[in-house]
Design a protein around this ligand. Structure first.
Ligand SMILES: NC(=O)c1ccc[n+]([C@@H]2O[C@H](COP(=O)([O-])OP(=O)(O)OC[C@H]3O[C@@H](n4cnc5c(N)ncnc54)[C@H](OP(=O)(O)O)[C@@H]3O)[C@@H](O)[C@H]2O)c1
Length: 281
């Protein structure tokens, strides 16, 4: 019998790479998307023959469709058990000055890319029983200053996931969100081309961005290990009654419950003071 198959996007590093490793160790065959052929060869060598590289960018519709054809042929009539929409980038910056091209790219990858990939692979998912897992973020529910592009793309992903989950009741396919806080991965280094602090050097946001830079560096260093997300992905793929959303904040109190449930004006003041957006008021 062949191993159950899942498709994971963005498997060159971080969460996608570790989820591929973890699911293969748990008996899955993984189709993993990467953008560079060299990354595909490297990951195949590292993770073995149950890792099947597919080369496509999630913003390239034609390449996605071609990859779906390839997977269909390789599955030989077997269904895909799961689709994990993981590929993503993180764009940050003050909305007043943010280049619109960067905002568009943020949504193209994190939101529209997920829809494109899901449309293409949906016909290959088990009906009923297939599961789509969308990797959102704490930023899919809570929007901090300067994370507008990233949080916007993830809020939109959350809404699309909820609509799609209800539409797919007809097919018996579930849509599940995983929303981690900060995870130790190279995501911020990779998106450096979009996040250029010097761009905002002469704006009123300079000081706040410096304070934010320190916070981001600290939280990236103290981020949770990727394996926590991999284990949650396996759980979402296998448990009989999965939750619709798995929240994985770094701190339940300060990183989740307080910003979600305390009055928004109070949180504005706390965040505003810590990022020097409020001067001694
Ligand atoms: N790290 C965190 O703190 C954190 C927290 C919450 C949620 N998340 C989410 O977790 C997911 C994975 O991020 P990560 O932290 O593991 O970051 P990562 O290590 O940078 O991995 C991101 C993956 O997405 C791929 N990717 C980027 N743009 C793409 C595109 N246009 N088409 C196809 N693939 C593309 C990257 O490929 P290349 O190597 O080719 O760039 C890489 O394989 C993202 O959706 C992110 O928003 C991350």
């Amino acid at each position: 019998m062949t191993n159950p198959s899942v498709l994971i996007t963005g498997t060159s590093s971080g969460i996608g790479y570790d989820a591929s490793r973890y699911l293969i160790a748990s008996g899955y065959r993984v189709f993993g998307s990467l953008r560079k052929a060299a990354d595909g060869e490297r990951v195949r060598q590292e993770l073995g023959e149950q890792f099947n590289p597919l080369i496509f960018d999630v913003t390239d519709e034609a390449a996605i469709r071609q990859a779906a054809e390839t997977v269909k042929e390789r599955l030989k009539g077997q269904p895909l058990h799961g689709l994990v929409n993981n590929a993503g980038i993180a764009v940050a910056g003050p909305l007043e000055h943010l280049p619109l091209a960067d905002l568009r790219q943020q949504f193209e990858v994190n939101t529209i890319g997920v829809v494109g990939v899901t449309q293409a692979f949906l016909p290959l998912l088990a009906q009923p029983g297939g599961r789509i897992i969308n990797i959102s973020s704490v930023s899919g529910k809570i929007a901090f200053p300067f994370f507008g592009p990233y949080a916007g793309s993830k809020f939109a992903l959350e809404a699309i996931s909820a609509s799609w989950r209800r539409e797919l009741l007809l097919r018996g396919i579930d849509v599940i969100i995983i929303g981690p806080g900060s995870v130790k991965t190279p995501i911020w280094e990779k998106a450096a081309e979009h996040n250029v602090p010097s761009r905002y050097q002469d704006t009123i946001y300079r000081e706040a961005l410096e304070a934010l830079g320190e916070t981001v560096t600290q939280s990236a260093a103290s981020g949770m290990p990727v394996e926590i997300i991999s284990k949650t992905i396996l759980k979402a793929l296998t448990v009989k009654r999965p939750k619709t959303r798995y929240a994985l904040p770094n701190s339940w109190l300060s990183g989740w419950l307080a910003p979600l449930y305390l009055p928004a004006r109070l949180i504005d003041r706390v965040v505003g003071k810590s990022l020097k957006l409020i001067n001694g008021q």
